[in-house]
Design a protein around this ligand. Structure first.
Ligand code: APR
Ligand code: PHB
Length: 392
């Protein structure tokens, strides 16, 4: 088989890239190691920045997002017994975010890809990439009929943190930066109405909690838990009891509990690999970087990487210009590191760290008190949360 761009990974990055390339007339094939149902079964955050919303429209997959997504103009922060609203729209110069589950975004992109008649190989086994340091890269995998090979001009590594693409780069050619946080997030999904019209971030003395949502009838909650915790050790009742203890009276009064549809613990990590280009291989999304979920940046960083990569590949296809290829990595990393910094800072502001000196909690309270009482402080939270401008 031959194609212009072979994309490894059918998550949000791979699917979005595939659509943007197809609409630019650039043929592509996606190779995904899981089944489509497995990919759709993942429960992930769904806070879309304007950049991501625009890209979904550009990909021809934004209709349901506009119809069913929930525009959010602010977030609520709970700390020291008080509730403080950050007016995102006012303090970011008019921008907002859209709440739209990543599962639904993935479903929309899958449907758009199928409608375009593009090939996606699901349940591919033993995927490997070769020749990307030359001019004849290829992706090799196994299916029921044996080994298959896709010859291509470029490989897009959209295969996430545990993927094969970054792992295939010679160790000396990639440098990584990593910070692993000493706690995780225990998440619960329930078909219950949200406690608030907007997201509620709680910096409780017992630990962080987040009240998020997927729709007016489906809620997503998180509790900061020690790394030693296991989701199966938490009954629904224990989860709801602990959540109540971390919320304020208003949220407790509105909390509607119900059976969990899903419960799992996610670790928190900051991670960046540099550079993002190795010859004819380009990394995008979680294959290149990971953020702690506090700032809801993971999906949006994948989207901006993909926007840059699609432009880069279109420029090359148009006139053979390699300038974009050369600039891709630095262009992505400027935005990546600013989002990494915000996610790290926002995580530090709202979580308690095991073994920290008692004074640390006083510093956090004072910082929150200052930020939420200052136009500059409110602006720094708002303009980072809604997403910094591209190439800003
Ligand atoms: N071969 C083929 N596919 C692979 C391989 C492999 N060796 N390894 C991983 N994959 C697939 C995974 O099964 C997954 O479907 O690559 C895809 C990577 O998708 P994500 O991990 O979702 O990463 P990305 O598309 O960059 O999206 C980033 O989505 O998952 C969230 O938290 C993530 O919000 C972030 C955003
Ligand atoms: C989610 O809805 O899963 C979510 C929302 C906001 C965050 C993190 C996760 O900051």
């Amino acid at each position: 088989m031959r194609t212009r761009v072979a994309i490894v990974g059918a998550g949000p990055a791979g699917l979005l890239l595939g659509q943007l390339l197809q609409r630019a007339g650039i043929d592509n094939v996606i190779v995904e190691r899981q089944s489509a149902d497995h990919v759709l079964g993942r429960i992930r955050a769904g806070i879309l920045e304007q950049v991501t919303m625009d890209l979904l429209d550009e990909a021809g997959a934004g209709a349901r997002m506009h119809a069913e997504g929930l525009p959010h103009h602010g977030i609520e922060l709970l700390f020291d017994g008080g509730r403080h609203r950050v007016d995102l729209q006012r303090h970011s110069g008019g921008r907002v975010v859209m709440v739209y589950g990543q599962t639904e975004l993935t479903r929309d992109l899958m449907q758009a890809r199928a409608a375009a008649g593009l090939q996606t190989v699901y349940s591919a086994r033993d995927v490997r990439i070769e020749g990307f340091d030359g001019t004849r890269p290829r992706v090799v995998y196994r299916d029921a009929d044996g080994e298959r090979r896709i010859d291509c001009d470029f490989i897009a590594g959209c295969d996430g943190f545990h993927g094969v693409c970054r792992a295939s780069v010679p160790a000396g050619a990639v440098r990584t930066w990593e910070k692993v946080y000493p706690f995780g997030w225990l998440g619960l999904l329930s078909d219950t109405p949200p406690v608030c019209d907007e997201l509620v971030y709680a910096a409780s003395p017992r630990g962080f909690a987040l009240c998020s949502q997927r729709s007016p009838t489906r809620s997503r909650y998180y509790l900061q838990v020690p790394l030693t915790e296991r989701a199966e050790r938490w009954s629904d009742a224990a989860f709801w009891d602990e959540l109540r203890l971390r919320l304020d009276d208003a949220a407790r009064a509105r909390l509607v509990t119900g059976p969990s549809l899903e419960k799992s613990i996610a670790p928190l990590r900051s991670f960046v690999a540099e550079p993002l280009r190795f010859g004819r291989l380009f990394l995008a999304g979680d294959a290149a970087h990971i953020v702690p979920p506090t700032g809801a940046k993971g999906l949006n960083l994948a989207a901006s990487d993909v926007k840059y990569l699609a432009q880069t590949l279109q420029d090359y296809a148009a006139d053979g210009s390699e300038a974009g290829l050369d600039r891709y990595s630095a262009r992505c990393l400027r935005r990546v590191w600013k989002a990494e910094r915000f996610s790290w800072w926002f995580t530090g502001l709202l979580h308690r760290f095991p073994g920290e000196a008692p004074i640390e909690a006083k510093f956090r309270s004072a910082e929150l008190d200052y930020l939420l009482g200052s136009e500059a402080g409110l602006r720094t939270i708002a303009e980072n949360y809604v997403g910094l401008p591209l190439d800003g």
